[in-house]
Design a protein around this ligand. Structure first.
Ligand code: B1M
Length: 221
């Protein structure tokens, strides 16, 4: 791997967004993900190579550390922030269609539920895993999911719920999606959700954490 990609991966792993960022202290004053992604493109490294050989593997390392409880939400958010500062240089290439992504992922927190911290982490990790993410936000009713699926029929759907009371809305959303789009793949998650519940409501997969969600999506392509 080129030295630039190696340094870029290290910045994402450690959450170093740009040169001005004082975090982490051991990289203070050094280029961050922002400058290194720009430098990589200037050196002729393709956006796909930057994504596949630096950003995705670095985010996978971060996701696995989070799953093993070796790091916590703040470190993961810093890593995602660093990845986003690199992604802003790559996005124009993906949006122009010059570079392909693995697929589309529609995510939202189900209706009645305003919790979005976990949902945002999942969205960031999946975007970091090379997918285009369509984030519908919080308190998303079945109709809004169906509209998004209508525009993106091949997308994988992700439902998040943090309240025992809104788990019922997750079930209703799965039923509504199944009625209109029987073939859609539906991933569910959130603190009160379990694999048992996932099976009971007819969703395809449950992941307790973002990395499991990324692994599931990757196994579909
Ligand atoms: Co609320 N809240 N909250 N809350 N809140 C909980 C969830 C609660 C457990 C606190 C408690 O009582 N101990 C409790 C739920 C009890 C229950 O039903 N079992 C609760 C309650 C009761 C409420 C209110 C009803 C309180 C009230 O008003 N009386 C109210 C409801 C509002 C509503 O949604 N309609 C409410 C409001 C709020 C705030 C707005 C103040 C705020 C949310 C801010 C926000 O999200 N922007 C809030 C918060 C912050 C929490 C706690 C403290 C933290 C949740 C969180 O962000 N965790 C929470 C208690 C706790 O967990 N300690 C609590 C960190 C986050 C990274 O974890 O979201 O679990 P989590 O996501 C994980 C995994 O679950 C997974 O990956 C993430 C990373 O590992 N995951 C997925 C999540 N979605 C996934 C989707 C996937 C795959 C994996 O695939 C699609």
């Amino acid at each position: 791997m080129s030295e630039i990609l190696h340094l870029l991966a290290q910045c994402v792993e450690k959450g170093k967004t740009d040169k001005a960022s004082p975090y982490p202290p051991d990289l203070k004053g050094q280029d961050g993900a922002d400058e290194l992604a720009k430098l990589a493109l200037e050196n002729g490294i393709s956006p796909a190579e930057i994504l596949d050989n630096a950003l995705i593997p670095a985010m996978a390392i971060v996701g696995n550390r989070f799953s093993r409880k070796e790091i916590y939400v703040p470190q993961m958010l810093m890593a995602a922030k660093a990845m986003n500062s690199a992604m802003k240089h790559l996005k124009p290439y993906f949006l122009s269609g010059e570079t392909k992504r693995k697929g589309k992922f529609i995510i939202g927190t189900v209706s009645g539920d305003l919790h979005d911290i976990g949902k945002n982490l999942v969205a960031m990790m999946i975007e970091g895993g090379g997918w285009e993410v369509i984030d519908l936000g919080v308190d998303v009713g079945p109709e809004k999911f169906l509209k998004a699926i209508e525009h993106n029929p091949d997308a994988v759907i992700g439902l998040s719920a943090l309240l025992t009371t809104t788990m019922e809305n997750m079930r209703k959303t799965v039923i509504a999606i199944r009625e209109k789009n029987a073939g859609s793949k539906i991933l569910v998650g959130g603190a009160p959700v379990t694999m048992d519940y996932c099976e009971k409501i007819g969703a395809d997969f449950y992941s307790p954490d973002p990395q499991g969600a990324v692994n599931y999506l990757n196994h579909l392509v």
